[in-house]
Design a protein around this ligand. Structure first.
Ligand SMILES: NC(=O)C1=CN([C@@H]2O[C@H](COP(=O)(O)OP(=O)(O)OC[C@H]3O[C@@H](n4cnc5c(N)ncnc54)[C@H](O)[C@@H]3O)[C@@H](O)[C@H]2O)C=CC1
Ligand SMILES: N[C@@H](CC=O)C(=O)O
Ligand code: NA
Length: 430
């Protein structure tokens, strides 16, 4: 039976995502009410710039005082789509203190302070849901938290940043320049307020931290994630990748160690074979593989960024949280009981593609091969092209610990016959 008293929702932030949340809440009010079992009322919208025109957003609900809104006492759910650490963190904490549950899209905050926010939610008998924080519209957080709660996840690998995938895709397929592609991604509402978060890998690293924590039932923070952005990927890297039958993607990879005693989480550009499903993930789409002991390999694919797709995930959480409120229950909280430590990048086992500029004279290849052997790194393939006394040497290794691979590169740089290291890229997905 439908409850007549509405559940009241405060919306914090009305930018790319917030505008779409407000629009869908207004246009789909009847469906949402039917699915929840009570009407949901948008009770207030906190913004920073009230004069901005926001199509379809009820002007009478706009306020610049977000703190007063969350302190009203009659708010059931606070939807935080401001982003950043403060004032989002203080507003979420205040919301819990005043009896509200929270839906947030804020991966930066969750990757930094997720444990404290979960504890605050639990101590106030409230929910903290954040499906939109990882890979936009794609259901990932709830499948991991709920559907896979009975399985053992060993690996999560995928593309979790729409902006960088959009840029890399444009560079690869149309030869577009980096800045031009970034401007386009920003105009389409994919990029963070400061796009450095996207291109330097912070956004993907925050998502990797959230995914690893949920997948392995432990705590992983942003600082635990090895992070390399994509600003140094060049057209020459794409050309090398093509020669290998590969393309380049910014990947997030979270793994349980073979002995099960630790986990790793990393974000970096990598070559992947064109035959791998991730190679065909275009534009701002995201795709994530989850490998679980009983389930085997699962693939999640869809729009990873943009106002409307992200609002879809926010609204899904809103419905779930409202249902919990009506049932006087809460959904699953933080599960970090395994307390597995996060190992450093040096312990990750992976493959390298190394492109060297070398002197084209007898013995150079043997010298280079010796350096690899000294570091216990086995070579898979070598390709040499020479011209006018100089040569380009491309070495692809077998799998080895990342520490051994980096030490090999450092030793190669010290050889007189190695003029320079043109590029180093990890190879994944084989
Ligand atoms: N845009 C996207 O594709 C996605 C965004 N997200 C996350 O959603 C959140 C919002 O992102 P966008 O909507 O893209 O950002 P945005 O920058 O378009 O919107 C944020 C809005 O919050 C407002 N704001 C800032 N401080 C405020 C305050 N104290 N009180 C009230 N409003 C304030 C800003 O003026 C801005 O309009 C971020 O956490 C972001 O990481 C998550 C998934 C995808
Ligand atoms: N800036 C992010 C937005 C979604 O999380 C991205 O590009 O993926
Ligand atoms: Na999601």
């Amino acid at each position: 039976m439908m409850r007549t008293r509405p559940l009241k929702v405060a919306l914090l932030g009305c930018g790319v995502v917030g505008t779409e949340v407000a629009r869908i809440m207004t246009t789909h009010a009847d469906d949402l009410a039917a699915r929840i079992g009570a009407p949901v009322e948008l009770a207030g919208i906190a913004v920073r710039r009230p004069s901005r025109v926001r199509a379809g957003v009820p002007a009478e609900l706009i306020t610049t005082d977000a703190t007063a809104l969350v302190k009203r006492g009659d708010i059931d759910v606070v939807v935080e789509v401001i982003g950043g650490i403060e004032p989002a963190r203080a507003l979420i904490t205040t919301a819990f203190e005043h009896g509200a549950s929270v839906v947030s899209a804020n991966k930066a905050l969750l990757a930094q302070d997720g444990a404290a926010l979960h504890a605050a939610a639990e101590s106030h008998g409230a929910d903290l849901y954040y499906e939109a924080a990882v890979a936009g519209a794609i259901p990932l957080v709830r499948p991991l938290r709920e559907s896979l709660a009975g399985d053992k996840v060993n690996r999560v690998l995928g593309i979790v940043n729409g902006t960088t995938n959009f840029i890399l895709d444009k560079m690869d397929t149309s030869g577009a320049g980096y800045s031009e592609a970034l401007d386009e991604a920003t105009a389409l509402g994919y990029a963070e307020a400061d796009p450095t978060a996207d291109v330097e890998g912070f956004d993907a690293a925050a998502k990797a931290a959230i995914l690893a924590g949920i997948a392995f039932h432990t705590r992983v923070r942003l600082d635990d994630v090895h992070r390399e952005g994509m600003t140094e990927v060049t057209a020459a890297d794409f050309a090398s990748a093509k020669q290998m039958g590969c393309t380049i993607k910014l990947l997030a990879i979270c793994e349980r160690a073979a002995d099960g005693q630790s986990v790793t989480a990393r974000v970096h550009p990598a070559m992947i074979p064109l035959s791998h499903p991730l190679a065909s993930v275009r534009e701002a789409y995201n795709a994530v593989f989850i490998e679980a002991e009983a389930a085997g390999q699962l693939m999640f694919y869809g729009p990873g960024a943009g106002g409307s797709p992200t609002a879809s995930a926010v609204l899904g959480d809103l419905v779930a949280v409202c249902r919990n409120k009506l049932g006087e229950a809460t959904g699953p909280g933080e599960s970090a009981y395994t307390r597995l430590p996060v190992s450093p990048m040096g312990e990750v086992v992976t493959r390298y593609h190394i492109s060297l500029d070398v002197a084209d004279k007898p013995g150079v290849l043997a010298q280079v091969a010796t350096v690899f052997a000294e570091h216990d790194v086995s070579i898979d393939t070598v390709r040499q092209t020479g011209k006018d006394g100089e040569a380009s040497l491309v070495v692809v290794t077998h799998r080895a610990p990342d520490a051994a691979l980096s030490a090999t590169v450092e030793a190669l740089r010290r050889l007189d016959t190695v003029r320079g290291v043109a590029s180093i890229m990890r190879v994944e997905g084989e």
